[in-house]
Structure formats: structure tokens, C-alpha cells
Design a protein around this ligand. Structure first.
Ligand code: NAP
Ligand code: GDD
Length: 339
């Protein structure tokens, strides 16, 4: 029998899924990803993994599925027979979860139990990673937040993630499964979805610099987050599944910054003053807000030997540069009469 490791990743078309797929392929894994059928292409973040310039045998396989469809997920699991499952699939936007609470719960809460049940049925030895979230701390009861800090969720998204967190812990204890929660604080990258605040800012700043737009409409810019780089965080996910037993870990930088500070970094890098361009639009306020997140990654450092490499300033610069390049290309295309 081959000793090749096989991983199944839900949410492979998302920010984290794409970095994780790259990371696992580089480690020699066969990587299987679950993708949703869509009327337009949704594999942009992983397309480059099919186009290996060295024409090596890229072991990436995609399967149509949806976390809401438990029968389908079980069928994929039986066919793929992975050693490790990374559950990154989710309706991951906090603001949207107020507009679509039921769908968010179906995906982010019931989707997790669909997968846990499928694993229990197919092979209890499959190792399981759950994308838990610092949003679970919500209206924080202590700072910094650790693995022992009680949760106080403030959105349908956070409530669904709390449900999944406890199910993972419960399956670990009830069925002796290797199941882990990565309680990840916000992590960003040039591949971040464009409606999350960091990417919304870097995208707009690049376009403003290139004369393609004038204004940027934002909500609460006093909110503070512990922001890291997605490329660093996916390594912590993998490390969790290499431990002898499943456990729960906070993954964070240990620094917090406001949206306002992120604006300073990004616009400052481009020689612009954000106050000339930003307008506060109440449409982007949330019914309940999470004011401050700050994680203590001491356990991840001690047990996993994991440390974040990219600083807040370096992250802002990386994203600003990438989006400035996008904006320059957009301007050139426009000048040549393309849309
Ligand atoms: P993302 O970019 O929004 O990606 C979400 C992924 O989930 C996409 O591949 C999406 O597919 C897929 N998906 C959505 N609904 C699904 C469903 N019903 N069935 C199967 N797949 C579904 O999110 P991300 O930033 O990479 O985050 C990855 C995970 O970590 C999420 O669970 C998120 O909640 C969690 N998390 C993120 C952060 C962060 O700061 N990024 C922090 C803590 C936890 P489509 O491409 O088809 O939409
Ligand atoms: N999205 C967005 N858009 N957020 C804004 C805006 C805006 O125009 N203006 C201000 N904000 C504020 C939000 O109110 C929030 O306080 C903060 O910026 C960060 O918002 P997001 O970038 O949308 O991220 P999030 O913290 O709500 O959620 C992200 O991180 C979680 C981990 O803590 C998501 O990736 C979640 O999936 C993840 O679990």
C-alpha cells in the first residue's frame, strides 16, 4: 500500500484553502478539495496549482459537494479515504450572517456535524481540523483571549462556530477522535475576499492611487483586530494534525490594531491621506459589533513550535503592493479601451 498522505479540504476555493492546498502539495500530499457548483468560475485562487510550470505530476483532485449535503459529503469521504480532513468551508462573512442567519447555521454549524458524522461512520482514525474563530470571543470577557477564555458570540456566524467548536470537542471525547479546533484570529493576504475590511481598503487605495475611484465607504473604523498573514496560519492547521492527540489552539500574533491604523499604513504607503477619501456609511455597521480581539498564541508556540512571521506593517505593505499592481493593470486595460 502507498504511504502517500491524502488530505481532504473543504473550502479549498477560499483564501485559506488555496494556501493550504499549496502547502500540502509541496509536502507531497494528494490533495482533494470540495468545490461548489457555480454558474461562474470559483476556482480562481487554485487554478495556478493545475498549471505547474515544471510539469510535475500535480496531485490535486476536485469534487463537487456542499457541506449542507451530508449524504454527498459522506460519499466523497468514502471515495477519497483521506488521512486528514480540513474543514475550512463556511459562509465566512460576519455581516452577511445577519442577513442569512439560517443558511449560515446550516453551513457553519450543521455542515460540521455532517462531516464529523461521516468520519465517525467511514473511519474514526481520520484526523480532523475545524476552522474555529476568534469571533467566538465576541464581546470579550478577558484580554488577551486564550484557549480558556469563555465565549460570548455576537453574530449568527459566531454562534454557528461555537456550536461546531463544542461538537469537535465532544467527538474527541466521546469517540476518541483526533479532532482539533484552530481558534484563528483574523488573517489576511492578497487573496482575501474583497468584502473583508483589509482587502476592501487595499483594493480601494490602489484604485484611488491610479485615478480609478475617489471614495471608499466604510463602517466602524475603531474596531480592533489581531491581524496576521494567512500563509503563516495554515501551517499551524497542519501542525495540529501532526500531534499525537487532537486539541484546541489559539492562533494569533499577540498584537491588536484598529481599522483606522490599517488605513494609515495602506494610504501612507501610497503617499495618500485616507481622510481625503474615506466616508463612514452606516450600512456597514453591524447590529452587534466585536470591538476588540487580541489573541495569546503561547500554547501554539509552546506545543506546535509555531510563530507568525509576517508583521502587521509587512502584511499591510504586501496587500497594498499587490492591489496597486492590480489597479495599474486595470488602468492600462481601460486606456486601451477594454472594460
Ligand atoms: P473564504 O475565503 O470565505 O472561503 C470560504 C470557503 O468555503 C470557500 O471555498 C467557499 O466556496 C466555501 N463554502 C462556503 N459555503 C460552503 C458550503 N455550504 N459548502 C462547502 N463549501 C462552502 O474564507 P477563509 O478566509 O478562507 O476562511 C476559511 C475558514 O476559516 C472559514 O471557515 C472561516 O469561517 C474560518 N476563519 C477565517 C478566519 C480569517 O480571518 N480568514 C479566521 C477564523 C476562522 P466558494 O468559493 O464556492 O464560495
Ligand atoms: N467587512 C467590513 N466592511 N468590515 C468593516 C467595514 C467594511 O466596510 N468597515 C469597518 N469594518 C469593521 C467591521 O465592523 C469589523 O469590526 C472589522 O472591520 C473587521 O471586519 P471583517 O474584515 O469583515 O472581519 P471580521 O473580523 O468581521 O471577520 C473575519 O475574521 C473572523 C476572525 O475573527 C472573518 O474572516 C471571519 O470569517 C473570521 O472568523
Amino acid at each position: 500500500m502507498s504511504d502517500k498522505k491524502v488530505a481532504l479540504v473543504t473550502g479549498i476555493t477560499g483564501q485559506d484553502g488555496s494556501y493550504l492546498a499549496e502547502f500540502l502539495l509541496a509536502k507531497g500530499y494528494d490533495v482533494h478539495g470540495v468545490i461548489r457548483r457555480s454558474s461562474s468560475f470559483n476556482t480562481e485562487r487554485i487554478d495556478h496549482l493545475y498549471r505547474d510550470p515544471h510539469e510535475r505530476d500535480v496531485r490535486l483532485f476536485l469534487h463537487f459537494g456542499d457541506l449542507v449535503d451530508g449524504t454527498g459529503m459522506r460519499e466523497i469521504l468514502s471515495r477519497v479515504r483521506p488521512h486528514e480532513v480540513y474543514n475550512l468551508g463556511a459562509q465566512s462573512h460576519v455581516r452577511v450572517s445577519f442577513d442569512q442567519p439560517v443558511y449560515t447555521v446550516q453551513t457553519d454549524a450543521l455542515g460540521t456535524i455532517n462531516l464529523l458524522e461521516a468520519i465517525r461512520d467511514v473511519d474514526k482514525n481520520i484526523r480532523f481540523y475545524q476552522a474555529s474563530s476568534s469571533e467566538m470571543y465576541g464581546k470579550v470577557v478577558e484580554t488577551p483571549q486564550t484557549e480558556k477564555t469563555p465565549f460570548y458570540p455576537r453574530s449568527p456566524y459566531a454562534c454557528a462556530k461555537v456550536y461546531s467548536y463544542w461538537q469537535v470537542l465532544n467527538y474527541r471525547e466521546a469517540y476518541d477522535m483526533h479532532a482539533s479546533n484552530g481558534i484563528l484570529f483574523n488573517h489576511e493576504s492578497p487573496r482575501r475576499g474583497e468584502t473583508f475590511v483589509t482587502r476592501k481598503i487595499t483594493r480601494a487605495a490602489g484604485r484611488i492611487k491610479e485615478g480609478l475611484q475617489k471614495k471608499l465607504f466604510l463602517g466602524n473604523i475603531e474596531a480592533k483586530r489581531d491581524w496576521g498573514f494567512a500563509g503563516d496560519y495554515i501551517e499551524a492547521m497542519w501542525l495540529m494534525l501532526q500531534q499525537p492527540k487532537g486539541d484546541d489552539y489559539v492562533v494569533a500574533t499577540g498584537e491588536t490594531h484598529s481599522v483606522r491604523e490599517f488605513l494609515d499604513e495602506v494610504f501612507g504607503h501610497l503617499g495618500l491621506n485616507w481622510k481625503d477619501h474615506v466616508e463612514i456609511d452606516p450600512r456597514y455597521f453591524r447590529p452587534t459589533e466585536v470591538d476588540l480581539l487580541l489573541g495569546d498564541p503561547a500554547k501554539a508556540k509552546r506545543v506546535l513550535n509555531w510563530t507568525p512571521k509576517v508583521t502587521f506593517k509587512a502584511l499591510a505593505k504586501m496587500m497594498t503592493e499587490a492591489d496597486w499592481t492590480l489597479a495599474k493593470n486595470e488602468r492600462i486595460l481601460r486606456e486601451h479601451g477594454h472594460k
